[in-house]
Design a protein around this ligand. Structure first.
Ligand SMILES: [Zn+2]
Length: 363
């Protein structure tokens, strides 16, 4: 997806994202997208796109200058005129610069893609492989063919090419033979040693990054942007209180369908998008009042978990058991709903029991 599409296109995609996530999390479709993304651990679409762009540009930068797209990128970097309208490449480059600032990973120092005699390594096997059979079922004729192919390959190399065999055997010297008498192996040895020495003496400034480094840094870079966005958003503030760090994840695997449903209810208490009247009154035209059917107070999350008399037995039990675990009686919603409390799992379990005992959400 091009990063320069009109904002309205992104809006449409976000609308789909919102409906999909709400469905999966069993929350109302009016829920704020920001809260749904943080709750489910789903990177916002535009940041996911940015992550992919950074990784792609890192990959392009590792190509040799023979590759057209790399050449285009090099030319673009040399251009002096600042762009009137930002190009897709310019946007990608800007994003990698952001990553360089926060993660200190510079795609201009990415390790070049492996090349052999000017060609990029290919995954496809050479043609002759198909004709020499497997080592277990090879015919005499195929063995002869194989020998010939290998000797031709060896002859075509320059004298300073090091040749290594994967199974320790080699032409004219069958069976595992270690390094015995094979021209090239000594050379390979000394080359490897030289390379190792060189690596030891690399100055800090010569650090090269791998595609793995870029992948990790790209994720960290966009996660930091996501975090800033979550802190500064006006939406989903009820949920922000209990899940302020986007990188923290809410547990997603549950032993049973019943527990899964109950955990969705707990999440609805965290987001505030719950079946309680205070919220339903806002989104559901068939609900005539925001008050509790029992005591005529405003039925919000605070009322359900801390105040309503109807549930005082279940609540006494809940608080009592939490006291046994934490040494403290819960005093506010933070003590019950924050996702990464030290005893979050046990508290979640007790909360699930409270929800089942109160019977407020069944049916
Ligand atoms: Zn009540």
């Amino acid at each position: 997806m091009c990063q320069l599409l009109k904002e309205t296109w992104l809006d449409k995609l976000n609308e789909i994202q919102r409906k999909g996530l709400a469905l999966c999390l069993d929350l109302p479709s009016q829920s704020s997208l920001e809260a749904l993304e943080v709750l489910s651990g789903t990177l916002p679409i535009d940041l996911r796109r940015e992550e992919m762009a950074i990784r792609e540009l890192g990959k392009i930068n590792s190509y040799s200058n023979n590759v057209p797209i790399k050449r285009k990128f090099e030319i673009w970097k040399e251009e002096e005129n600042p762009e009137k309208f930002i190009s897709p490449l310019g946007k990608m480059y800007q994003q990698t610069e952001d990553m360089k600032d926060t993660e200190l990973v510079d795609i201009n120092k990415i390790e070049p893609q492996y090349e052999y005699q000017g060609l990029v390594s290919v995954i496809r096997a050479p043609d002759y492989w198909r004709n020499i059979g497997s080592s277990k079922s090879r015919t005499t004729a195929q063995i002869e063919d194989g020998k010939q192919i290998i000797s031709e390959q060896l002859k075509s190399q320059t004298p300073n090419t090091a040749v290594a065999f994967t199974d320790g055997s080699c032409l004219g010297n069958p069976g595992p033979c270690g390094h015995a008498n094979i021209k090239g192996n000594d050379e390979a040895d000394s080359l490897a040693k030289e390379a190792a020495k060189e690596a030891e003496t690399l100055a800090v400034d010569d650090i090269v990054f791998t595609k793995q480094d870029v992948k990790k840094a790209a994720r960290n870079s966009v996660t930091k942007k996501w975090q800033r966005r979550w802190e500064n958003s006006n939406a989903g503030r009820h949920y922000f209180r209990f899940h302020p760090e986007v990188k923290n994840k809410v547990k997603k695997d549950f032993p049973s369908k019943r527990m899964y449903n109950t955990c969705n209810i707990i999440n609805s208490l965290r987001t505030g998008y719950s079946k309680l009247n205070a919220y339903q009154f806002i989104i559901n035209q068939h609900i005539n009042s925001e008050t509790c059917d029992h005591c005529k107070q405003k039925e919000n999350v605070q009322h359900y978990l801390f105040e309503c008399d109807l549930y005082s037995d279940a609540r006494d039990k809940l608080f009592h058991q939490i006291y046994f675990i934490t040494g403290q009686i819960p005093t506010d919603l933070d003590n019950l709903l924050t996702i990464n409390l030290p005893n979050a799992e046990s508290i979640n379990q007790l909360l699930a029991e409270y929800i089942e005992e109160t019977n407020r959400f069944s049916g």
